[in-house]
Each structure stands twice: as structure tokens, then as C-alpha cells.
Ligand binder design. Structure first.
Ligand SMILES: [Zn+2]
Length: 390
């Protein structure tokens, strides 16, 4: 469901915009799709008043890791389901498209969505064509730097980085040679690497050690699936962080949750968090196979992090300011600015006792749920798609 309005005020909500330092009761006026006032108690003056009392208003939420080529394999999902249909205004595909599918992605996914859809181009030409369990980097010919460069140059507006599967299952016999090539390419194209860790799709493969992977990463690169329980994760056999993980984090390598079907484990999360390593980004790793559980949507994933001990402000910061920084869109996304196109989320934080469920069906008690109410883009307010949430 969507409503159009050229002149409206979101009235009475608590605005949390960590990038600007705003946290308090501000009304927001959107005129012709542009944010033109952020002040307490704005007088209506002909504007339609949308009552958001008892709600939280944030810069448009950003989900930095999903699989959004609907129709591609078993996983591709329509971006508006996890996007504006879930109170989220920006979604980012993690590697569905290699270079040869990038134009298709741009023309048929990004252009047709109501949600802003960005993209991590897959290092492998195969991208998500074969499915996640295949050796998509096992043949050196499946990396074509020249074609990747051409595709990226044609679509700089949507490409935010290069996705690589750093797993034994994807690399089969290539060792870390594909990572060396990804590193070079990332430097050359000035794009960060988004690196999948954890043998979630290839349990019989010889796992790749995260410490080896991190040797090739630089500040601004992103490790996704930081709470994976599968071999190749952040913890050693005694549940301690590998020392290389601390060093990498301290040097500016970023860490993303990437919940997904397999990779949010509460026991691992507790151990990682207890040792002082916090996520930079929160993401669903959303796809067709996890929408109706265990993932649901980004607000629910944020609520799971609250159940792990983070505050509402912290999880909002992860999904706005931090996510924008992670995408290299600092200041453009993830914050409210007078004069910018309206890009907002409205959420309800419901006091509610529930059991948060992880990817291995582990549970922890949660006391608050986050329910999307609106996603706002320009002159349009989108109501979430009705769905069962925990
Ligand atoms: Zn993924």
C-alpha cells in the first residue's frame, strides 16, 4: 500500500539520526518530495499531518546484504519485499550479478524497484547463476578483470564494491589466488571488497582460515557473516577471536552481520561481542528462502541485536550512518538533510516478550520488537507488506 502526498508533516515522533547527532521530538515537513523543515512543533499550514506519535523516525534504513535478482535461482527476491515493503529505503545486492549480468541487474532490478537498489558485483562471472554451493572461482577464467572494469564503469551509480566468496567451496584448488586478484582490482577500481566468510554452503570443503583472508583486506573492506558458526569464522577452537581479527578491525576493516539462513549464531555472537568486537553493519542476507523465518526483515534483525545487548540508538546507527559509510555514501544516505530528497523510515518499538531465533534455531529472550510503519521516498509513503513477524 502506498500513499502520495506533495506536502506532508510527520508529526510527533522521536527522530533518531545518529549521523547528525539528532535524537528528540522533531516534526519533519516534506514538500514536493524534499525535506524542508526538521523542527519541533511545525504548524501544518495546509500540509497533510501524518501522526507518528509514539513512533521512531529515522533516516531511511539501509540493508547492506541481500540477494535481489528475482527469478535467479532459488534465492532471488523482489527488492521491494525486504525494501520499502519492510520499512527499508535502500537495499544492496551481494553478488547475484557478475559482470555479464550487471546491465540486466541495473535495467530490470534497480530500475523497476521502488526501493533504492545498489550492488556488489561478483568477482566471478557466474555470480549467483549456479547457486551458492558451487566452485564459482575454481577456474581462473571465471575472473575477467577487463570485463568487470567495463561493467563497473558503465554502472558506477549502483556499484558499491566487489563481492568475493572466501570459502573452500568456492575457491576449490585455487587457494587465495582469486583474493589476490580481487585485491588488485579493488585498488584499481577504488572499490571495497565484500568478503563472505564461513563454509555455510560447502561443509565438506577444506575451510579457508579467516586470518589468511584478512591479510588481503584493507580499511573499508567488509567481512560479512561475522557471527557464523561454520568453519572459517572469527573464533578459534577455544572460542577466542583470532588475533588477526582484532588487528584487522583496529586497522579499519569493517564487520557485517549477514544474518541469512546459516550465519547468525547467538552463541558465537555473544562470544564475539564479549571480546569487544562490535558489528559495523547490520544486514539480513535476505532472500526468498529466509523471508518467512528465521530472518523476516531488517527491523527484526535489528531487534535481535537489541536482544544481544545493543541499544535502539546503536542499531539505528548501524542501519543508517554506519551502513552509509560502509557503502561509501557517507552524508548522502543514512542521514536527514534539509533540501535533500525525503528518505525516511518510521518504526514502532513494541514492548513485547518474544524468543529471538538464530540460524541454528538457538533462542534468546527479547523484550522489544521493531515493527516497520512507513518507508518514505520523495512524495511516496509505503506501508509495509503484511507479514508474520515474531
Ligand atoms: Zn548472502
Amino acid at each position: 500500500m502506498e500513499k502520495q502526498s506533495t506536502n506532508f508533516i510527520l508529526k510527533g515522533g522521536r527522530l533518531i539520526d545518529p549521523a547528525s547527532g539528532r535524537d528528540g521530538f522533531f516534526d519533519i515537513r516534506v514538500y514536493n518530495g524534499i525535506v524542508d523543515k526538521i523542527e519541533p512543533n511545525i504548524v501544518a499550514e495546509g500540509a497533510i499531518v501524518i501522526d507518528v506519535k509514539d513512533h521512531i523516525v529515522t533516516p531511511g534504513l539501509i540493508d547492506v546484504h541481500l540477494h535481489l535478482m528475482k527469478g535467479l535461482g532459488a534465492f532471488g527476491v523482489d527488492p521491494d519485499i525486504f525494501g520499502v515493503g519492510s520499512g527499508v529505503t535502500t537495499v544492496v545486492d551481494a553478488g547475484s550479478a557478475g559482470h555479464s549480468l550487471l546491465t540486466v541487474f541495473h535495467n530490470y532490478v534497480t530500475q523497476n524497484a521502488r526501493t533504492r537498489v545498489l550492488n556488489y558485483i561478483n568477482l566471478s562471472t557466474l555470480g549467483g547463476v549456479a547457486g551458492p554451493g558451487f566452485g564459482i572461482l575454481a577456474d581462473p577464467r571465471l575472473i575477467d578483470e577487463e570485463k568487470i572494469e567495463q561493467a563497473v564503469d558503465a554502472h558506477r551509480d549502483i556499484v558499491v564494491g566487489i563481492k568475493i566468496m572466501a570459502t573452500g567451496g568456492a575457491l576449490v584448488g585455487q587457494g587465495l589466488k582469486p583474493l589476490v586478484r580481487a585485491r588488485k582490482l579493488g585498488d584499481q577500481l577504488k572499490l571495497p571488497l565484500l568478503v563472505h566468510i564461513g563454509e555455510s554452503w560447502s561443509k565438506n570443503a577444506e575451510p579457508v582460515h579467516v586470518g589468511e583472508v584478512l591479510r588481503y583486506l584493507r580499511p573499508g573492506d567488509i567481512v560479512t557473516h561475522m557471527f557464523t558458526v561454520h568453519p572459517g569464522g572469527l573464533l578459534d577452537g577455544n572460542g577466542r577471536l583470532w588475533p588477526q581479527v582484532r588487528e584487522a578491525k583496529a586497522s579499519g576493516v569493517l564487520m557485517d552481520v549477514g544474518h541469512g539462513l546459516h550465519n547468525l549464531n547467538f552463541d558465537v555472537a555473544r562470544k564475539v561481542l564479549d571480546q569487544g568486537l562490535h558489528p559495523d553493519g547490520v544486514s539480513t542476507d535476505g532472500h526468498r528462502g529466509n523471508r518467512s523465518g528465521p530472518v523476516y526483515d531488517l527491523p527484526t534483525t535489528m531487534a535481535k541485536l537489541m536482544a544481544l545487548g545493543f541499544s535502539l540508538t546503536q542499531v539505528v546507527e548501524m542501519a543508517t550512518a554506519n551502513a552509509a559509510r560502509l557503502l561509501g555514501r557517507n552524508g548522502q544516505l543514512g542521514t536527514l538533510r534539509i533540501g535533500a530528497l525525503a528518505d525516511l523510515s518510521v518504526l514502532r518499538v513494541r514492548e513485547h516478550e518474544w524468543q529471538a531465533v538464530d540460524s541454528q534455531k538457538g533462542t534468546i529472550p527479547a523484550h522489544q520488537a521493531i515493527v516497520p510503519v512507513y518507508a518514505v521516498r520523495g512524495t511516496t509513503l509505503y506501508e509495509p507488506i503484511p507479514t508474520e513477524r515474531p
